[in-house]
Design a protein around this ligand. Structure first.
Ligand SMILES: *Cc1c(COP(=O)(O)O)cnc(C)c1O
Length: 396
């Protein structure tokens, strides 16, 4: 039999710490490897496969669009991009959409938009304040905004103009603001940083400070958006509206896509020649996005996701009561994490995998769960049984 893992080691950059399984197919919340072993998927391609694997609505939209027209570039109009942009505008507080191909690209475009606004209207102000433990992607601008020094330092120098302040600390944000500041860039709930929810009133406080000082609020909803936290956008739960919003992961149900949404007063700063991308607004990716959003909106998937979240949180809290090794349950909606008393998350992930469950060690002492929004009750129960057994095993 072909040793795919051996071949991967031979031919690909060794820049990922992949789990040692070769996945071949998936359906709903289940994936199967090349040996035929099945796993419950509570990683979902890193909060990407919002409707699970091979959802008929997505599969059909992709197949039909792929058979019709795959790519023409932004020299021309196509219909799926317009349909998806309209859906996004109708279901968000923002007015216009720019499409790209990934989260990092959405962040880059948002930074350029903020700088262009600073150039045109704020006397050249270009400083961006971002959060410690915030994550915005791996390209240089997005990396400069990312709040984990260990990701940035080996690639110095970073593009200038970025500062970081502690999460949930309004005073630090106020102190870091000066006349050169143009925007605050943050996730409404931190994902890669360990599933860190905002303190009560924190986002409202940031929004008020931005209004007071004429700063743009850029919300990176790349991980939290498209229903992941139980509402279409996480900011809805905080009673705030962003000026610019970055979207990606879940938007096209697994196809590569990114989007920046902005108010009309900002979007108009970008004129032909300012920004673009060859693959952006790709017909197949945007057709998938239309299928995902329509399915979510027409079938009360958000309600189902909130009920699934309640069930999962209840089960995890019961685990916290029973197991001293479980020290907390974090997050919102279906972006959740379990904190452990020791740095054994890697061992727990391996033990879960051997027992047929995929979860993610977002930190050495934290397990992140991000199942499909359509995860079923029985799948939640089974996942929790496996997780509990794995934690017992790893901590005994
Ligand atoms: C994943 C992520 C990104 C980066 O997206 P890529 O598609 O990997 O470039 C940016 N911001 C947040 C909040 C993310 O979770």
């Amino acid at each position: 039999m072909t040793d795919w893992i051996d071949l991967e080691r031979q031919y690909l950059f060794q820049n990922y710490g992949r789990q040692p399984i070769v996945l071949e197919r998936g359906e709903g919340s289940r994936v199967r490897d090349v040996d035929g072993k099945e796993y419950l998927d509570f990683v979902g391609g890193l909060a990407v496969t919002a409707l699970g694997h091979a959802h008929p609505a997505v599969t059909q939209a992709v197949a039909e669009q792929a058979a019709r027209l795959v790519h023409v570039s932004n020299l021309y109009y196509t219909t799926p991009m317009i349909e998806l942009a309209r859906l996004l505008v109708e279901h968000s507080p923002l007015d216009r959409v720019f499409f790209c191909n990934s989260g990092a690209e959405a962040v880059e475009a948002a930074i350029k938009l903020a700088r262009r606004h600073g150039h045109d209207e704020r006397g050249g102000a270009h400083g961006v304040i971002a959060m410690e433990d915030g994550f915005h992607g791996r390209s240089l601008g997005a990396l400069a905004a990312t709040g984990t020094a260990r990701y940035r330092e080996p690639f110095a120098p970073m593009p200038p103009g970025f500062t970081h302040v502690p999460w949930n600390d309004l005073d630090a944000l106020r102190a870091a603001t000066d006349d050169g500041t143009v925007a605050v860039l943050m996730e409404p709930m931190q994902g890669e940083g360990g599933v860190n929810a905002p303190a009560e009133g924190y986002l409202r406080g940031v929004r008020d400070w931005c209004d007071e000082r004429g700063l743009l609020l850029i919300l990176d909803e790349i991980q939290t958006g498209v229903g992941r936290t139980g509402t279409l956008w996480a900011h809805e739960q905080e009673g705030v509206e962003p000026d610019i919003m970055c979207v990606a992961k879940g938007l096209a149900g697994g196809l590569p896509i990114g989007a920046v949404l902005a108010r009309e007063s900002l979007a108009r700063h970008l004129v032909p020649g300012d920004h673009g991308t060859t693959f952006g607004a790709n017909p197949v990716a945007t057709a998938a996005g239309v299928a995902v959003l329509r399915h979510i909106l027409d079938n009360d998937v958000l309600g189902a996701a909130r009920r699934a979240s309640e069930r999962l949180v209840t089960r995890l809290r019961a685990m916290e009561d029973r197991l001293p090794a479980v020290t907390g349950v974090r997050g919102r909606g279906l972006l959740l994490a379990v904190s452990l008393s020791a740095e054994v998350a890697g061992e727990v992930v391996a033990a879960c995998r051997e027992r047929g469950l995929l979860v993610n060690n977002v930190r050495p002492d934290r397990i992140r769960l991000m199942p499909a929004l359509i995860v079923e009750d029985a799948e939640i129960d089974r996942a929790c049984d496996i997780l509990e057994e794995a934690i017992r095993w790893a901590t005994s």
